[in-house]
Design a protein around this ligand. Structure first.
Ligand SMILES: [Zn+2]
Length: 200
């Protein structure tokens, strides 16, 4: 089916840009919204705009936040000598749910994926190095995802951080292999943190 009504075609096109949404789903969502009461559709549109306008990235750790530095970086009971490096802001939510971790974080915003042309300079790696060079950091925990890209990114960071004189650890295995941190349950995640090991 080809939609010729311009606003409808436009929304289908926008939905189809989202991850996990193919053209069929984009059409279905659009026609669902079309049948909704106008105020429900308006609330959705306004929520998207408000989110985009109010949310920014923490200048310290690159977590999503509405104030920079973020609440975690400002937290008075956080251990500033430990930085846990993750791929995405969602990973911080997962790790915070374990309630066991009291250090700070650093969000890379992805992993190194040469095949998709995502190189180290596309990630917040230089920012991480600058944080460590400022001093006061004792340990960096590499909590990138337990898959090929996450492991490769951890190995790359290990080499880079080596000369900086910090202890570099990698979260333990036991997480679902190939899975994402954000899908792991609290107990598994707490154990993976607890069982972290120094990287050779
Ligand atoms: Zn922060």
């Amino acid at each position: 089916m080809h939609v010729t009504v311009e606003p409808v075609a436009r929304l289908i096109e926008e939905f189809a840009k989202l991850p996990g949404i193919g053209p069929k789903t984009a059409q279905r969502l659009t026609f669902y919204l079309l049948r909704m009461p106008p105020e429900t559709a308006r609330a959705l549109g306004e929520a998207i705009l408000a989110m985009r306008e109010a949310v920014t990235f923490c200048a310290e750790c690159w977590n999503i936040t509405d104030t920079s530095p973020c609440a975690i970086c400002r937290g008075e009971n956080r251990d500033r000598s430990v930085i846990c490096v993750v791929e995405e802001p969602l990973d911080i939510l997962a790790l915070e749910r374990t309630r066991g971790y009291k250090g700070l974080y650093h969000v890379l915003h992805g992993a190194i994926r040469p095949l998709d042309d995502i190189m180290p300079e596309d990630l917040k790696i230089a920012e991480l190095i600058r944080r460590i060079e400022r001093g006061g950091v004792r340990e960096v925990i590499l909590a990138t995802n337990p898959n090929v890209e996450g492991d490769a990114t951890a190995a790359y960071l290990r080499k880079l951080l080596g000369p900086l004189g910090v202890r570099v650890t990698r979260i333990a295995r036991g997480l679902p292999v190939g899975g994402d941190l954000e899908y792991a349950d609290e107990v598994t995640l707490a154990q993976a943190l607890e069982g972290r090991r120094a990287m050779e």
